[in-house]
Ligand binder design. Sequence first.
Ligand code: SAH
Length: 358
Amino acid sequence: MENKNDKTQLLGMTPEELGAFFKEQGQPAFRAKQVFAWLHQGVPFEKMSNLPKVLRETLEETCIDNPVSVIETIQSRLDGTIKLLYRLPDDHVIEGVLMRYKYGNTLCLSTQVGCRMGCKFCASTLDGCARSLTPAEMLGQIVCANGILAGQGEGQKVGNIVLMGSGEPFDNYDNVVKFLRILRMEGGLCIGMRSVSLSTCGLVENMRRFAEEDLPVTLSLSLHAPNDEIRRKTMPIANRYSMDEILSACRYYIEKTGRRVIFEYALVHGVNAAPEHAAELASRLRGMQCHVNLIPLNAVPERGLQGVSEREVDAFRKVLEQRNISVTRRREMGDDIEGACGQLRRRYLKDQRPNEKE
Ligand code: SAH
């Protein structure tokens, strides 16, 4: 039987790398540009109509056009949000969410199979991290989503990317950076850095390194606490980096890119959601070019953490507003389809292994 894992993944290659690959095959240089365009349009080898038939057959036998395939889609009846479950060549399963806004389609991507950051409120991290995704596997998720949109007769492709699925992007630094460089290339998906948000729990060295990459995406920082003591209660990474170090790396990012930083703050009942926590947060963020995104916690039953009422969200928001901190409450999409990180994948894996205990 053929082994998919031995095949060369062409999707994650730059045009230069494809050029070298085709040169080795004795093909003319222009094949790289042709194949680069086809791959990002989601066209399988056999349909790459401007390639000789023999070449198409060789590619079919030895290479993979898209390492990601869709196992299942679930569409929300409330707002058209689509939850996607994908399979990778080594049979790992990852998930994503395709959100439909008035201004376009946004895809939430995974960057790893699981996650090893261990945040207590997050379902993605419950089984740890199996491995990091390749650039091809990140691009492949977008190619799949574009295929689904086209299949629904939707004219528009994915226009915005949020790296907020499973995984910690800065724990897979080189692959994420290469993915972003390919993402914006003309002749490919051509998605500019202004249309990308990257969310991190705050790996300080890599945040600073990333500020130098000339990839000015919107940086989202998962803060979830007004001080280190509270942050350590839910986020193990807070034992490695202090909030001072994180906020200083954020200021560096703002200075280097001219872009404001978004702070993600999931309100957890009895942990970080009191008005005095809002006041402390405001004083930490004073003077920074930033925005706070309040997220009512999506309860994860495995962890016993509780969300907050609308009234608590409102009270928290008002304290920040009074102190001139720009703040919004995150809109929830796909509430009826297990939209939160890692939940669908967990349900799927559980269904596959019904005898295993949680
Ligand atoms: N590892 C990255 C990106 C993935 S998570 C990070 O930590 O930022 C994307 C966002 O969802 C993060 O802000 C994360 O803290 C948040 N999140 C995870 N589980 C959640 C839950 N149960 N309810 C609300 N937000 C959650």
